[in-house]
Design a binder for this molecule. Structure first.
Ligand code: NAD
Length: 342
């Protein structure tokens, strides 16, 4: 079977990671990437041999002036693709939507877009089956992806009566030097935060409420979860075992001394997958507690990379490249070098 040709429109934090991930998949080929202006990221794309196309208000002459070879315009890139992953800044994807659909292209959008940008919101563990064959999908945001994965573990096994999450959000990505806060804690005063409703785009009936704070760190988000289970297990070890057995969860045991997000990301650098990424939900075993029906746990979310495997699975779901969600997840994770389970 011919490999699916994937275009990446928007080559920033998410786009460059998804582009690399596409090149590692046995059933996909990277048609090219788009940039709006020359930059170190455009240079790296050229060094990797990725065909570079000019999008937005960009001008080919500006790239050529600094020695970056341009393969054409966004329209040229789209003409060479079967599917486009839109990883442009929030709301630009919505503007691009008509361009993709006019060309009969399937499109994957990101979580910064409103839910109605696509036929369905997507999470590989959560709703792969219902997303099969869609022409447009929206991979939900980093935080929503993390919560949706955890829901996929707990809800089917023990049922959820009520789920409360406090999201401690990173202020900016590491390369974003113009964002903050540099000092201070900013509560999100709009209650509940938008994350709960966003999770319900995947699990419509989930009784979830979320609140959020932004703190001065760039490494990861941390979620503080309190879940009231309908039929809880006898022992917390069953919950830990369920997380351990699920793809895209990484658990730290107490003896590993991974005290917080600095150690988690140091582990990611030691491991060296992707851009030294941590694409899994990170759970500290020691911080999982079950008190009758009440389950408490923390999870850390590497905002820059958690959605990368989901973008790959979204492509497979749309194009029917895998028989089911677990097969796609296993294929993606094997290709990315993540632990395969199940
Ligand atoms: P980014 O700013 O790092 O990258 C966006 C890229 O698109 C930039 O290179 C920018 O120059 C380029 N661009 C701007 N206008 C364009 C246009 N008209 N056509 C083509 N390219 C254009 O943004 P990001 O963090 O990668 O976010 C992309 C999407 O992913 C957003 O919807 C965001 O909400 C979502 N997302 C981001 C994160 C995160 O933590 N960074 C996590 C999950 C989801």
């Amino acid at each position: 079977m011919a490999k699916v040709r994937v275009a990446i429109n928007g080559y920033g934090t998410i786009g460059k990671r998804v582009a690399d991930a596409v090149t590692k998949q046995p059933d996909m080929v990277l048609a090219g990437i788009s940039k709006t202006r020359p930059s170190f990221e455009a240079r790296r794309a050229a060094e990797k041999g990725y065909p570079l196309y000019v999008a937005g208000a960009g001008r080919a002459a500006d790239f050529e002036a600094v020695g970056l070879k341009v393969a054409g315009s966004l329209a040229d890139l789209l003409a060479k693709a079967d599917v486009v992953v839109d990883a442009t800044p929030d709301h630009v994807g919505h503007e691009n939507r008509a361009t993709y659909l006019e060309r009969g292209l399937r499109a994957v959008f990101q979580g910064g877009e409103p839910a109605d940008v696509a036929e369905a919101s997507f999470n590989a563990l959560g709703n792969y089956a219902t997303c099969r064959g869609k022409r447009t999908l929206r991979v939900v945001s980093c935080n929503t992806t993390g919560i949706a994965r955890a829901v996929s573990v707990l809800e089917p096994r023990w049922g959820v009566e009520h789920w409360e999450v406090t999201l401690v959000r990173r202020a900016a990505d590491p390369a974003e030097s113009k964002k903050g806060p540099v000092n201070g804690i900013l509560p999100t005063l709009h209650l509940p935060s938008h994350h709960g409703p966003d999770v319900r785009t995947i699990f419509p009936d989930l009784p979830i409420a979320t609140t959020a704070l932004v703190v001065p760190t760039t490494l990861m988000h941390v979620h503080v979860n309190h879940v009231r289970l309908r039929n809880p297990p006898d022992d917390v070890s069953e919950v830990i075992a369920a997380f351990r057995a699920t793809p895209r969860f990484h658990l730290f045991a107490p003896w590993e001394h991974a005290d917080g997000t600095p150690q988690v990301m140091e582990y990611a650098r030691d491991r060296g997958i992707g851009f030294n990424d941590m694409m899994e939900n990170v759970i500290w075993e020691e911080g999982v507690r079950l008190d009758k029906k009440d389950l408490y746990f923390f999870q850390a979310i590497h905002q820059e990379s958690i959605v990368v495997p989901e973008n790959i699975d979204a492509i497979r779901a749309m194009l029917g490249l895998a028989p089911d969600g677990p097969s796609s997840v296993a294929m993606t994770d094997r290709a990315l070098g993540l632990a395969t389970k199940g």
